[in-house]
Design a protein around this ligand. Structure first.
Ligand SMILES: CC(C)(COP(=O)(O)OP(=O)(O)OC[C@H]1O[C@@H](n2cnc3c(N)ncnc32)[C@H](O)[C@@H]1OP(=O)(O)O)[C@@H](O)C(=O)NCCC(=O)NCCS
Length: 196
């Protein structure tokens, strides 16, 4: 099976993971540490477009320095999806690394990772973009000998919930309150997908 790591160049540069010989071919690539500007741009775009889907906000992330964007790229696997003649970015998804704060709470942190920061541009939705992004993340997770993926979804985000369910994630039953603004809390719900 092709994995993200298999498809990295010797200099660590991103190569195409998947491509289709169609007019609107979709490609999925991994970002390198030097791509921090691309990551910042797509994350800010996602936060501005879907402010209620994420645990952090546009204004907060605007203030994040370059060194933090770079360390996010080295600590985790970030994939973007591109399409069209201009290779427009239409989606992003992240697989956390072993040393990120949330991982320490996991029962078996060595074998479990979180999927985070999933977003698809509105014009590209319902065309299988997240299906492709998550399939690539799963391939990378398997390559890293990860047994299980987990993620959190805010309770009002029914579309994301349904999309993850359709792609094989199941509710764990765990819920927790998340502070989304001063004095404003929402519940988030956990889902998991066994890879083995
Ligand atoms: C949730 C989201 C990532 C889905 O991305 P997408 O590329 O449109 O999803 P896909 O086209 O790959 O669809 C995969 C499956 O999800 C389900 N799905 C996707 N959108 C759906 C919708 N609007 N209603 C119902 N089911 C939906 C379908 O079952 C679909 O499978 P199918 O096409 O075989 O029916 C996208 O809507 C999005 O970016 N939303 C805003 C940001 C967000 O909520 N991120 C998640 C944070 S946890």
């Amino acid at each position: 099976m092709s994995t993200v790591a298999d498809l990295m160049g010797p200099d660590g540069s991103a190569k195409t993971l998947h491509s289709q010989p169609k007019r609107q071919a979709l490609t999925v690539v991994r970002l390198r540490a030097s791509d921090w500007g691309v990551l910042k741009m797509v994350r800010l775009r996602a936060l501005r477009e879907s402010p209620k889907a994420f645990a952090t906000g546009y204004q907060t992330e605007c203030r994040v320095p370059r060194s933090v964007w770079q360390s996010r790229l080295t600590a985790a696997t970030w994939l973007i999806a591109r399409t069209g003649p201009d290779h427009e970015i239409v989606g992003v998804a992240c697989l956390t690394g072993p040393d990120e704060p949330g991982e320490q709470n996991l029962v078996d942190a060595g074998r479990t990772r979180y999927v985070e920061a999933v977003w698809v541009a509105p014009d590209a939705r319902r065309q299988g973009v997240v299906r492709r992004l998550l399939s690539s993340l799963e391939a990378e997770a398997r390559h890293q000998h990860i047994d299980e993926l987990m993620l959190w979804v805010l309770e009002h985000n029914r579309i994301a919930w349904e999309a993850y369910r359709h792609l094989g994630f199941v509710p764990t039953g765990e819920e927790q309150p998340l502070r989304v603004a001063p004095g404003r809390w929402v519940q988030e719900r956990c889902m998991r997908k066994q890879l083995v």
